[in-house]
Design a protein around this ligand. Structure first.
Ligand code: KG4
Length: 340
């Protein structure tokens, strides 16, 4: 039987990534990040598009070489069509369309959020792997999203709740910026928090209906709290950075877990997965593991490299769609916003 080889391409934000999956197994996953945004405390869309332009050819080339695959052997090209920054998306999408047309192979549309949620199904030959059974719940937390999703099948997902304003990662990044730390703030807060007392300070938790989230109030209350403290101690942040990070992180994790526990109760589904960049967070992982240890949930946490933006998750989405013959017309445009 002919090998099924999917090239996945991801360029929705500030990571240019390409991956190769052969017969369902990952052969390569190459990502070029963009340090250029660090100086600005956030992603600058125009700079992101320019960096993607520089990175796309070498990244795809390296992914194919690492996989030991000739481009002529590719069965289909899967690409993130959205959601994301339009200028960034256009680089990957235009490249993928051009390559698919030149090779005469199908183009496959991957939704970025769907990709994050399917990261649990990325398999490397010879490595242990446990994928969640359908249906499962997925807490999808990244710099742009905070959602609880009921996953009925790889291509059938229901949004049970989502943020009505900022995302959890965005809250981490913005609070980090307010404290004068670098970007992205999540990993910095995570590292500092490990040395801090999570009970030192309390910040407001939102009261939002149903399974929805809100993080903008927390960001504001954090900012006002710091302003007040700095009036009496100008070096308050420097003196308390570990405790501030730990208390902030605990507040965010408590908010995320409260609604997730509610979702488990309401749906009766106790297979619970984590996805998106914030799933790298130590306290959030610990909160998941505590639920598992208590015998409440079966948990699924993807490998670190598959939590942040990567093309392996796009390639696995592409692989499933290829098996279903679910292809995309070359004239379908990229989209900046969408639900699942
Ligand atoms: O999924 P992702 O790479 O990009 C998108 O937003 O699509 O997620 C990036 C987000 C950033 O907000 C970053 O601060 C956060 O994930 N993040 C973390 C950690 N690592 C990354 N947040 C908390 N703890 C971490 N260890």
């Amino acid at each position: 039987m002919k090998d099924i080889i999917i090239l996945g391409i991801e360029s929705s934000c500030d990571d240019t990534s390409a991956a190769v999956i052969k017969n369902g197994y990952l052969l390569s996953n190459v990502t070029a990040g963009q340090a250029v945004h660090e100086a600005y405390g956030g992603v600058v869309p125009e700079l992101a598009s320019r960096a993607h332009q520089q990175n796309i050819v070498p990244v795809v080339d390296q992914a194919l070489r690492q996989a030991g695959v000739d481009k002529e052997a590719i069965s289909a090209v899967a690409v993130t069509l959205g959601p994301g920054l339009m200028g960034s998306l256009l680089v990957g999408v235009s490249f993928a369309k051009g390559l698919a047309a030149a090779l005469g192979v199908p183009l496959i549309e991957a939704n970025h959020l769907q990709g994050h949620i399917l990261a649990h199904f990325i398999e490397v030959e010879g490595e242990a792997h446990a994928a969640p059974p359908y249906p499962y719940l997925c807490l999808m937390v990244s710099g742009g999203n905070s959602q609880i999703v009921k996953v009925n099948a790889y291509n059938q997902m229901e949004m049970l709740g989502q943020t009505i304003d900022d995302a959890a990662g965005e809250a981490m990044d913005k609070c980090s910026k307010v404290m004068g730390f670098g970007y992205p703030g999540g990993p910095i807060i995570d590292k500092l928090a490990r040395q801090g007392n999570a009970q030192a300070f309390t910040f407001s938790k939102p009261d939002v209906k149903g399974l929805d989230y809100s993080f903008s109030g927390l960001k504001t209350s954090f900012l006002y709290f710091l302003r007040d403290q700095i009036k009496t101690d100008p070096d308050f942040i420097a003196h308390h950075k570990e405790d501030l990070a730990a208390s902030l992180e605990k507040t965010i994790v408590d908010i995320l877990m409260k609604k997730l526990k509610q979702a488990v109760k309401e749906t009766g589904i106790n297979h619970v997965a984590l996805a998106g960049g914030v799933s790298a967070n130590t306290a959030l992982r610990a909160a998941f593991k505590a639920q598992e240890a208590a015998g409440n949930w079966h948990i699924y946490i993807p490998k670190f490299g598959y939590t942040t933006d990567n093309a392996a998750m796009i390639a696995i989405t592409g692989y499933y769609k290829y098996m279903d013959g679910d292809f995309c017309d070359l004239d379908k445009p990229a989209y900046s916003r969408t639900t699942l």
